[in-house]
Design a protein around this ligand. Structure first.
Ligand code: NAP
Length: 471
């Protein structure tokens, strides 16, 4: 994959970039490693000052940054601007909370025969971040803000189709005041990830992306015995029960499916509707999906822009075409738009059987699969029947049903009467093949910390911790 900005709305290559050489990679790792030795001793107050300054710059530059993101991966300008502002919020959240989230945790000293015992969180060192293009700023910031506030330093290998956004992030973090070498972008192909991760100066890695990429990074990290966080794909269920507010459920379902032009890991992708409200839901849902305006992502009236890459559109098309050939029914959309750029319309499909690939694979585009469930047991069974376990959405006013969904859906997050959204304040991540580890909130900032147990004996008693006096 070339490292290049290719406008998905036109297919035009705007700018190409030369990948870093092995020598440049070595220099960058060396710079990061040397910086860590000093940076880990900076105070939370210093880091917070730099994080707040970065947030201010992000806000001040939001319009230009949003335009760059739209040019590189096709999300609407409105969505891109909101993403930049969310990144500012992410930096502020960790500026305000990191010290308390990483404060020493006292333990019951008497129970372990100590004068004092506690847990201390310390940074690990150089962390490699391999990131996807779909939220090109936010995905990287939700790694960078907690990692930097914890005292780690980062090296970003971003997706090859968002090089300008990747360079911008390192630049804005440096202008925010973080010392040189704290956060660097390396423009490299995915083949460079393995040697970087194997470098003894790199302590850990995080990857957000597809299952094959996650498997490959986890295998190398396993071989090197280095910790990883993996945020991989999802095929989130969106369940609607008879007691739900149907109009709210339908309009949220539309947003949950087409956000980011349908290319979000936590987009609702499978709509599982109780049979009592199935027909009413499908009618309203199809009407609203078909009414969305597809077009130029820079136009404020556009709801859905192009898919980010030509290959991405081909993958979506293949899943839809195979399903239709096997008997699934298109209720709206289903055919690529006849215009330059990688446009695919909002699409609703019903009558899907379990032997169709679309049943179990992630559809990374604005395509909604709708299923009928006879009751709550069947709804949960369908929801849990993929290998993914990222997010989940369930709509019901019945408290007992809400508890069933909370207890029995296999996912890293369950949102009741709403849609899955990432917030700095809430842990984010998946189970099963959606990955492991958590980003955001306290869980996220501790992922790349050494949880160090501290036990201090009493010099007077000479207690050695065994519960007996030392000889
Ligand atoms: P991708 O192809 O896996 O790429 C993600 C990143 O991994 C890119 O930087 C890519 O570099 C790199 N990469 C690809 N293959 C690699 C390999 N074998 N070894 C090391 N690095 C490798 O994924 P994508 O198409 O950009 O993103 C879409 C996927 O990400 C979807 O499955 C989506 O659900 C998932 N995602 C998950 C989350 C989450 O939080 N769980 C969030 C967003 C997206 P190149 O670009 O150079 O190939």
């Amino acid at each position: 994959m070339p490292i290049a900005t290719i406008n998905p709305a036109t297919g035009e290559t705007v700018r190409t970039f030369t990948p870093a050489t092995p020598e440049e990679i070595d220099t960058a790792i060396g710079r990061a490693h040397a910086r860590f030795a000093e940076y880990r001793r900076t105070t939370f107050a210093e880091r917070a000052k730099w994080a707040r300054a970065t947030a201010e710059l992000l806000e001040a530059e939001a319009d230009q940054t949003a335009a760059m993101m739209t040019l590189e991966m096709g999300k609407t300008l409105v969505a891109a601007r909101a993403e930049v502002l969310k990144c500012a919020k992410g930096f502020r959240y960790y500026a305000d909370n990191a010290e308390q989230l990483l404060a020493d945790e006292p333990a019951d000293a008497a129970a372990v025969g100590a004068a004092k015992a506690y847990t201390r969180y310390q940074p690990l060192g150089v962390v490699l971040a391999v990131m996807p293009w779909n939220f090109p700023l936010w995905q990287a910031v939700r790694f960078a803000a907690p990692a930097l506030m914890a005292g780690n330093v980062g090296i970003l290998k971003h997706a090859s189709n968002v090089p300008q956004t990747a360079l911008y992030l390192a630049d804005v973090i440096a202008r925010g005041g973080f010392p040189d070498g704290c956060f660097q972008t390396l423009l490299v192909p995915s083949s460079a990830v393995e040697p970087i991760l194997r470098d003894p100066r790199v302590a850990a890695a995080t990857l957000t992306g597809s299952e094959p990429a996650g498997r490959s990074v986890a295998a190398v990290a396993g071989d090197e015995i280095k910790p990883t966080v993996l945020e991989l794909g999802g095929s989130d269920p969106f369940i609607v029960m008879p007691s739900a507010d149907l109009d709210a459920a339908v309009s949220t379902a539309v947003t949950a499916r087409v956000q980011n032009n349908g290319q979000s890991c936590i987009a609702a992708k499978r709509f599982i509707i109780h049979t009592d409200v199935y027909d009413a839901f499908v009618e309203k849902f199809v009407e609203q999906m078909a009414a969305l305006r597809v077009g130029d992502p820079t136009d404020p009236d556009t709801d859905v822009g192009p898919l980010a890459t030509e290959q991405g559109r081909a993958d979506v098309e293949k899943l839809v075409d195979e399903a239709v050939a096997a008997g699934a029914v298109i209720r709206c959309g289903g055919k690529r738009l006849d215009r330059p750029g990688w446009f695919y319309p909002p699409t609703v499909i019903t009558n899907i059987r379990r032997d169709m690939p679309i049943f179990c694979e992630e559809v990374f585009g604005p395509v909604a699969s709708v299923y009928r469930a006879a009751d709550i047991d069947e709804a949960i069974e369908i929801a849990n029947s993929t290998t993914f376990g990222l997010g989940s959405n369930a709509w019901t006013r019945e408290e007992s049903e809400q508890q069933r969904f909370i207890d029995d859906i296999e996912a890293g997050q369950v949102f009741i009467n709403g849609m899955v959204v990432s917030y700095p304040e809430l842990p984010f991540g998946g189970i099963k093949r959606s990955g492991y580890g958590r980003e955001l909130a306290g869980h996220g900032i501790r992922e790349f910390c050494n949880t160090k147990t501290v036990w201090i004996g009493s010099p007077e008693t000479g207690d050695c911790g065994s519960g007996e006096k030392a000889e």
